[in-house]
Design a protein around this ligand. Structure first.
Ligand code: TRP
Length: 332
C-alpha cells in the first residue's frame, strides 16, 4: 500500500528556528513522490491553550506561511485547516463513545497538570478544560479520518500516537476493521538551544525567530549568552551554545574549522558573526518567499479552500461508512 503521511501543526505562536529544524524541515523531507502527504493546521487544538482570537488568527497565518515558504508544495501534498473538515468532529464523537476514559487519564500532559495541582493542594482538576482532557481523541480523529499510515511527530507526541492506535484498535474490535493503525515516525528531537542555552521555546523567551528581517536575526544571535573569555583565550566547544547552534546548520568541514578556531581563541563576536552568516544563508530564500507570500492577500484563503475541497470527499466517504457501521443511517 502507498504510504500515507499525515501531520498536524498546532497553531499557537509563530514558528522559530527550533520548529524549523525539528519539525518543518524533517517532515517536508519525508514527503516524497512515493507517498501521499497531508499537512494540516490544527487550529481547533490551539483553542485549548489560547483564548485570544486575534492571536489564533495571526498564528494560523504565520504557521501556514512558514510551511509554504519552507517548501511545502500544495500541488503534491494536501494542505488544509482542521477547522475546514467538520467530519473530524463527527469522528471525534464517534471515537469518544468507545475510547476508555482510563486511557485518557494516563495522558502525560493531563497527568502532569493534575500532579502539580495535587502537590499544590489544589483541586486535582484546577485549570483543566475538557479540551485538554480530550485532546488525544481529537488528534486520533485527525489521523484516522484519512486513514494515515505514517505520522511524523516529535517525541512528546509519541504517547498520543499510541493512544490513537489503541482507540482505533478498540473501535475495529467492537465493530469491524475500518481503521488503519498508524505508525509514528518519531522525529528525534535535535536539541536546539535558545539564546540562554535552555531548550529553545517561546515560553522561555529565548527563541531565535526565522521569519524576520536580517537585523532582527542578527540582534537575537548577538544576544546569545556566552562566558566571559576574551578573544585570544582558547575556548571549549563542548557545552557551548553558540557552537551547538552552529553545528545544526554547518557541514562537517565547517564544524571542524570552528573547533580549531575555538582552540586558537576566536572571539565570541566572531563566532556570532559566523553563526549569523550561516543561518542567514539558509534562511534568506525562505524569508524572501515568506515576505513575498505574505503580500498576496487571498493566497491563504484560496489555498485552504482548495485543500479542503480536495480532502473533504475522502472524509465524507469515511463518515458515511462509519455512520452505517454504528447504526446511524437511513431507516430501511
Ligand atoms: N498534537 C500535535 C502537536 O502539538 C499536533 C497535532 C494535532 C497532530 N493533530 C495531529 C500531529 C495529528 C500529528 C497528527 O505537535
Amino acid at each position: 500500500m502507498r504510504k500515507r503521511i499525515l501531520t498536524g501543526i498546532t497553531t499557537t505562536g509563530t514558528p522559530h528556528i527550533g520548529n524549523y529544524l525539528g519539525a518543518i524541515k524533517p517532515a517536508l523531507n519525508l514527503a516524497g513522490p512515493d507517498c501521499d502527504s497531508y499537512f494540516f493546521l490544527a487550529d481547533y487544538h490551539a483553542l485549548i491553550k489560547q483564548t485570544n482570537a486575534e492571536l489564533i488568527k495571526d498564528s494560523v497565518k504565520n504557521v501556514a506561511l512558514a510551511w509554504l515558504a519552507s517548501g511545502l508544495d500544495t500541488n503534491h501534498s494536501f494542505f488544509y485547516r482542521q477547522s475546514d473538515i467538520p467530519e473530524v468532529h463527527e469522528l471525534t464523537w464517534i471515537l469518544n463513545c468507545s475510547a476508555a476514559k482510563g486511557l485518557l487519564n494516563r495522558a502525560h500532559a493531563y497527568k502532569t497538570i493534575t500532579a502539580e495541582n495535587i502537590e499544590n493542594k489544589d483541586d486535582e482538576d484546577k485549570a483543566i478544560n475538557m479540551g485538554l482532557f480530550s485532546y488525544p481523541i481529537l488528534m486520533a480523529a485527525d489521523i484516522l479520518i484519512f486513514n494515515a499510515s505514517h505520522v511524523p511527530v516529535g517525541p512528546d507526541q509519541a504517547q498520543h500516537l499510541e493512544m490513537t492506535r489503541d482507540i482505533a484498535g478498540k473501535f475495529n474490535h467492537i465493530y469491524e476493521e475500518v481503521f488503519t493503525l498508524p505508525e509514528a515516525i518519531i522525529q528525534h528531537e535535535i536539541s536546539v538551544p535558545g539564546t540562554d542555552g535552555k531548550k529553545m521555546s517561546k515560553s522561555y523567551n529565548n527563541i531565535i525567530p526565522f521569519l524576520c528581517d536580517e537585523k532582527t536575526l542578527q540582534k537575537s544571535i548577538s544576544k546569545i549568552i556566552t562566558n566571559s573569555l576574551e578573544p585570544g583565550d582558547p575556548k571549549d566547544f563542548t557545552n557551548c551554545n553558540l557552537f551547538n547552534l552552529y553545528s545544526l546548520f554547518a557541514d562537517e568541514q565547517k564544524i571542524n574549522n570552528l573547533k580549531e578556531a575555538y582552540a586558537k581563541g576566536i572571539g565570541w563576536g566572531d563566532v556570532k558573526k559566523q553563526l549569523f552568516n550561516l543561518v542567514n544563508n539558509e534562511i534568506t530564500p525562505i524569508r524572501d518567499k515568506y515576505f513575498e507570500l505574505s503580500q498576496k492577500p487571498n493566497l491563504l484563503n484560496d489555498l485552504f479552500h482548495e485543500g479542503a475541497n480536495k480532502v473533504r470527499p475522502q472524509a465524507k466517504e469515511l463518515i458515511t461508512k462509519l455512520r452505517d457501521i454504528v447504526g446511524i443511517s437511513e431507516i430501511g
